[in-house]
Ligand binder design. Sequence first.
Ligand code: ATP
Ligand code: FE
Ligand code: MG
Length: 347
Amino acid sequence: MNILAIETSCDETSAAVVADGARVLGQVTASQMEIHRQFGGVVPEVASRRHVEAITRVVDTALGQAGVGFSDLAAIAVTMGPGLLGALLVGVTAAKAYSLATGLPIVGVHHIAGHVAAAMLEEPDRPAVRPPFLCLVASGGHTELYEVDASFRFTRLGGTRDDAAGEAYDKVARLLGLAYPGGPEVDRLARQGDPARFSFPRGLLDDPSLDFSFSGMKTAVLVALDKIKRQGQAVPVEDVCASFQAAVIEVLVEKTRRAARMTGHRTVVVAGGVAANRGLRASMRAMAAEEGIDVHFPSPDLCTDNAAMIAAAAYPCAREGRFDTLELGAYADLTLDEWQSGRYPVD
Ligand code: ATP
Ligand code: FE
Ligand code: MG
């Protein structure tokens, strides 16, 4: 079963064709990073315009790469939320137009279910994981722990009370004068620094809940930088990155360990943009070995936004014949519960 998927929730215009929710036949992603970098973050109006300019070319190229036409497809999947409303609307409108023109059914997908489903895509060097499993999503807008059942339904166990992990990376990178998006830069510099040089707070680490808090870490970095500058010293950028990253990783790993013990899950998935982080991957693997459990990550290039993950998340719906209609909307704040129950809010 081939699914064409479209993802335009933020600053990547992406289309992919995926077979049986697992094999990527073709994928094209037009990144807007260079434009938004000039502003230090994503400018929503600019993102929407760029999606409009790129969408048909990206879809055509993905189909060409996969070597399939519309008659070889079973469904069209599209990210319906959460994300930037104007950006989401471009993808949803395009998907509805393709559906109307071809008669193919449409599946609206929750962006975070997509990030998790990225781990369900096959890789040459890695077996594809299948639910049920426990999962941690650490991305630009989310840091959440979920149980995912055999039918790919999500139950939330906890999540951030303030900033997301990726957001903290981006804010700390900005304090250090690094380029947007900050996560990959901090990851790179952290490898050359001393993680014990600064002791940044481990937000909610000792709290029994499965919640997270990252805003205190960001503030602690700001205070440390101010002190160094007032003393007229050069900022040890690598040490700040390494110490900040050590704090983030410790809470992500320990809360995931706790969730695995509490729920008894033996399989853990770590997804979202921050799951590309090399330090996090190594620490999660070490924790999993200690606990005697399996941990899976999407390949690093499928951790950030892409359309293949949206096709993978749509597959369980398409297989069961659960389709949306051309009434499908885009929702900036869509929750997983709203998506799963089909009760979408009215904007
Ligand atoms: P959401 O998925 O929550 O709506 P988003 O789509 O903006 O948000 P993603 O695309 O999943 O987020 O991930 C982008 C985030 O991941 C950014 O905050 C970025 O800095 C972070 N990130 C990417 N690579 C790395 C890395 N190697 N280390 C740490 N963070 C990273
Ligand atoms: Fe994302
Ligand atoms: Mg992004």
